[in-house]
Design a protein around this ligand. Sequence first.
Ligand code: SAM
Length: 228
Amino acid sequence: MNLARRTMNAPALAAVYERIWRPTLFYLASGRGTGADRRFAVDSLRLDKAHRVLDIACGPGNFTHYLSEYVPSDGYVTGIDYSPPMLARALADNAGPRAGYVRGDARFLPFADGTFDAVCCFGALYLIPDPLVAAREMVRVLAPGGRLAVTTSYRPDNPIGELTRHTAAVSGLRMFDGRIFPELFASAGLVDIDQQTHRFFQYITASRPETNAAERGNGRPAAANHAH
Ligand SMILES: C[S@@+](CC[C@H](N)C(=O)[O-])C[C@H]1O[C@@H](n2cnc3c(N)ncnc32)[C@H](O)[C@@H]1O
């Protein structure tokens, strides 16, 4: 297990993650605060229509519980993570009537195809050994008409990007270019793919069509890209 994955399994990190670790490190990486990231999540997942929501690699439930306040009254947000200390914190700090937690691996989600109206994975794909497998799992469990949102690392196509790739690799983190996830989601049949980049972070949203491409009888639109 590399340094980054060991860190995510440390009880001491779980204890300070929501209040100190995330606000500080994510601000340095993206220039954005937790409030902006939460607004992005609520808006992009269209939670007012999402009855079943999955928050993959939920950590201490810092998004799971927040999102659960925006789902319909019969809605429910499930957080899934593999780290027992993170899940212990989630249960202690972020349980609620519409938020609950499951232990599992993002690469092998224990849910049937098309289970969720909204699926998100924030700040974690760069930690997962097979991030493309995890991304395909997100699509698999997304229901027709559902919304998907991802935030992950972004490596600009320049010398600074190259430097970040090597620096991050020392601790076991991956830096992704701007094409890999929009292309994967498009090839999996998702539409309305949008991507924003903020410093060394990318924010991707997409929809699963109500009907498949063959039924629609046309190609897929290219991802819209906005750099900030
Ligand atoms: C940086 S935290 C992100 C927490 C939260 N989503 C956020 O945005 O603040 C990354 C989380 O990914 C989890 N994680 C890493 N690999 C995983 C995997 N293969 N399956 C499930 N969770 C995983 C870690 O345990 C950790 O809680």
